[in-house]
Design a protein around this ligand. Sequence first.
Ligand SMILES: [Zn+2]
Length: 372
Amino acid sequence: MNKTFQRCVRCVIDTTDPDIRFDNEGVCNYCREAEKELPKYRFTPDQEKKNLDRISQQIQKEAKGKYHAIVGLSGGVDSSYVTHLSKSMNLNPLIVHFDNGWNSEKSVSNIKKIVDKCGFDLETYVINWPEFKDLQRSFFKAGVVDIEILSDHAIMATMFKLRRKHNIKFVLSGSNYVTEHGMPLGWLWRKQDLTNIKAIQKQFGTKPLKEFPTLSSVEFQMIKMFGWGGVYIELLNHINYSKKRALEILIEKYGWEYYGGKHYESTFTKFYQAFVLPQKFGYDKRKVHLSALIRNNEITREEALKELEKPSYDPQELKIDKEYVLKKLGFTEQQFDQMMSEKPKKHLDYPSDEWVFKIWRKFKPHLVKLPS
Ligand SMILES: [Zn+2]
């Protein structure tokens, strides 16, 4: 960790990211990288239309079966906008929602509004809650940073299985460069690390994992290598994506309601991002999200700094949410506060399948060209 505090002169990322680097002008490595990358994601309205037409035609030509594609809908802005776009592209995707027990009421209503209006089929995967609860409890006890690895891992595995089950070739994903780049690597962990998940559960959990959807790192790399993962299309990377504009359209067309923060469609994610991460680890993800918006010219640096001055949680809301989360996870306030005050642990303090990736990185150039 850098000893003296420094903040990038262009964005709002600072030395709370242990890996940040600044150049002579005080500009961070994320801004410099974005300078090179962002122009690739700028399109004129005409280019945008051509891109979407081309993708739509390709999908309609090559898709087999009932559905053109599969879309994972969390209820957040990005995935909601992908759902909207697929309608405007005359596609008939299967919409999959992963219910890990933490959906906010607003997100349930937003999902319903969009799916109903678009007339798409929705398949909701409901996680085995007692197992998932036990897993989340284990990760709190383990003191590692990425508790969201559990949902992200299960979503990845579920999407893969459902795509195979329905024989769907195309996956329309809401991942995008413009609003998601620049996440410090030290603030999260690799989502495929099933060994890590199992090891932490073995040490701290009380239940064996029977139904939790999994995909090991080896399986994951095999899928990538042999193209078993289907064709991923990051739709938002083919348009001039702006979060502000997407929100306006969702509100206007579907009566969609905003959650007040990125990924806040889930009560757990909100609590984790706005309370656990900053309190225990000193990481404020708002800095990353706001910095991406600055680089995309959606807000100014001054506006972002003002936003950061506000507490990450409204104190009244925090009280309500904390009570709810603790009750649902079965922690007393004392147990929880004790865990929050303990020194953070690294994911690598526990067994990990990092070795698979070390080998993979070493041999990757000699194997096959990976789809990006
Ligand atoms: Zn910067």
